[in-house]
Design a protein around this ligand. Sequence first.
Ligand code: RIB
Ligand code: CA
Length: 317
Amino acid sequence: MNKTSMILDVDTGVDDAFAVLFAALHPEIKLLGITCVDGNTNVDQVVANTLKTLDAAGAGDIPVARGAMRPLLGKSQYAEYVHGADGMGDLGMAPSKRKIDPRSAVELLRDLIEESKEPVTIVPLAPLTNIALFLRVFPETAKKIHRIVLMGGSASAGNATAAAEFNIWHDPEAAAIVFQSGVPITMYGLDVFMRPGITRGEATRLKNATEPSAQFAGALVEAFIERLHVSPITLGDFGAVASVIHPELFTTEMFDVVVDTSWGPARGQTICDRRDAFLKELEPLDLVDAAKVRVTLDLDVEAVRQLWLKTIDKGWV
Ligand code: RIB
Ligand code: CA
């Protein structure tokens, strides 16, 4: 079986936990390591949540490193109103006994990429601070990245603001560095992010399953539904991971994309040039520093949902 070598960068986060569980459990993913960053909650809490999630997955010794504790510019702006005071549903779980890797996030990224015999895909599910720092600190190693498939941005509306998606809005300068890096980038953003969902009924089935990964996932989904008063709730970040190993379930298109780093109302917007070729020729591109980015626009919702359910709960039918 061909495995995809992958590093996750996370701000765990309820839906980051859905993605970590999936990446740790799916047989076609070789999860090399996880780097943590300030985002949904503070970076120390992100580390604690990520270690607990690996416990629930029954994962082996996957290195987890602490990264940036704030964006490159500006201040941290957390989303605890969405993810709970502990950033992961306030389930009251005991702390993990796993040890954090002594290396910083950028050092772990460097070592894992240099040591890998296979091409490495980086999947950031969080603000891009760690990835931007890594690109600047270790540019020679960065050239070896196979591709970056990130959850972030939008070719339509925003969520943190009318214009901007949370991960990009939290650190637009970092996002601009990553988008302009020349590394092939696929953006899994708000155009698809909300669509694969899990219902309260499915959460109950997961909670009653025999595997700890399923029980944990069920409790997380339930906590999310209770906090947000919506059912189904989105599997969110997981979709970006799924798109790496099952691209046939996703529709993408290439666009010129610019991250707005101005301090106005569009700060953090990913401006995607979706004009048709005729108009683009008539009105030459006025986007400065645009990057060619593959943007995910559609997906097979039911197949993606089933992929997650069957990976998290081996007994799911
Ligand atoms: O914009 C959606 C937010 O929820 C992002 O932080 C994403 O990564 C998810 O955790
Ligand atoms: Ca996230």
